[in-house]
Ligand binder design. Structure first.
Ligand SMILES: [Zn+2]
Length: 406
């Protein structure tokens, strides 16, 4: 089956099957009056001018087309929400006070443990529909609210269910080391042992997770504990990712480069030595500007990272606490306005570099022969427009593996 998208006013796409760094991050291909031919779900040809014949034609009506967006960092699987905490925050309650009142991340853990696999699957499927409506066609999802062997495995199984049932491609990350749950607060070492020696062998046996992530932060896991978790993950075939330098720089970004993590996440307060370590280790910086926005925090030094030759990706960090936002278009706005990245650099950050951060760059992240026919037709004449407009959903339609899904 041949499907063609014709009458594309502007086609904007990075090119290649790996991360782009330094000046390369802003070098994308722009084609005017273009078309994309797809065969059996894969792009077979991209061109300009008169379009070849196909079984099915999708008319882009002169609009912008980009690759399907890739959201490389989400905490998709969780029970409940935490809207009741907003009022407490507005009244000046600290995170600790909210936690002591039964809120915070532990309340999400309790709700996630109580929910069945099917309940979690249905809840997350709604989020996937919404994300796809915003132009996302591939994403990463982490476990990490179960924090007990059975519930971590349940969350990963939910990710597999969704990947099987939904048009979205989803890559799974095991994040048993998201925080130390209440019942282990007095015995952190025992929880780390549980993650490394009990959960990980079962995660490997289950065969769903591809990555292992850890929250390296002052009040969660130290740099040495994080190293222990990621090294254990490597033993079980899980590639390291790390939440680093979100609130305090305690060495997470340095560790990322040293251990060869595929990506380091957040990096809000990343120091120069962390940037240097990531550049040396080939680690992708996965930046989450909507979280900075939601927390009222500063924004990661994205330009310093680009200048140092660290590939920059951007993602939503969708989660029920610090970023209940799954709109990658808002992240695009923030990438320009807060990181001062150019529209071209931003496009690479939410397509090819994001795909690279989740091991999918050979399949998605750009529109060129051999890649999946995943693309977005925008209600926009050009790339600048989607970076400039804010607060609207500018997606006209979404094509996944050659078929219109939105
Ligand atoms: Zn996160």
């Amino acid at each position: 089956m041949k499907t063609i998208v014709t009458n594309i006013g502007m086609l904007a796409t990075p090119k290649g099957s790996g991360p782009k760094k330094g000046p390369e991050q802003g070098k994308i291909e722009i084609l005017k009056d273009a078309w994309v031919l797809m065969e059996d779900g894969l792009v077979s040809q991209v061109g300009t001018g008169p379009a070849p014949a196909a079984d099915q034609t999708i008319d882009a009506q002169g609009h912008l087309v980009t690759p399907g967006l890739v959201d490389a960092h989400t905490h998709l699987i969780f029970g409940g929400w935490r809207q009741n905490e907003l009022g407490m925050k507005l009244h000046g309650k600290t995170y600790l006070e909210i936690q002591n009142a039964g809120g915070g991340i532990q309340s999400t853990t309790n709700a996630t443990r109580q929910a069945t696999e099917e309940e979690l699957t249905q809840k997350a499927a709604q989020a996937l529909d919404e994300m796809m409506g915003f132009g996302v066609t591939t994403m990463e999802a982490k476990s990490g609210y179960g924090l007990a062997t059975e519930h971590e495995l349940k969350a990963l199984q939910v990710i597999k269910n969704l990947n099987d049932r939904h048009a979205m491609d989803i890559v799974a990350t095991f994040m048993g080391a998201h925080l130390v749950p209440a019942e282990y607060k007095a015995n952190r070492a025992e929880y780390i042992r549980l993650v490394c020696e009990e959960m990980m062998p079962k995660v490997k046996e289950q065969g769903i997770a591809k990555y292992c992530d850890v929250f390296c932060e002052a009040d969660t896991f130290t740099m040495e504990e994080s190293r222990q978790v990621l090294e254990a993950g490597l033993k079980y075939g899980l590639t390291p990712k790390i939440h680093a330098d979100e609130i305090e720089a305690i060495g997470g970004s340095q560790l990322a480069g040293e251990i060869g993590a595929i990506s380091a996440e957040h990096l809000i307060v990343c120091p120069p030595e962390g940037i240097a370590s990531m550049a040396k280790g080939g680690t992708i910086a996965c930046l989450l500007p909507a979280t900075s926005f939601y927390l009222g925090a500063v924004f990661a030094p994205a330009r310093d990272m680009v200048n140092a030759g660290v590939p920059v990706a951007m993602a939503t960090d969708f989660n029920p606490g610090s970023c209940p936002c799954l709109n990658l278009q808002f992240v695009i706005n923030l990438g320009c306005l807060k990181y001062k990245l150019t529209p071209e650099e931003v496009l690479t950050a939410v397509t090819l570099n994001a795909a690279s951060a989740i091991g999918m760059a050979d399949k998605v992240g750009s529109l060129e022969p051999g890649k999946q026919g995943d693309l977005v037709i925008w209600d926009a004449p050009d790339l600048d427009y989607i970076c400039y407009r804010m607060g609207s959903n500018l997606v006209r339609s979404v094509v996944k593996k050659g078929a219109v899904v939105r």
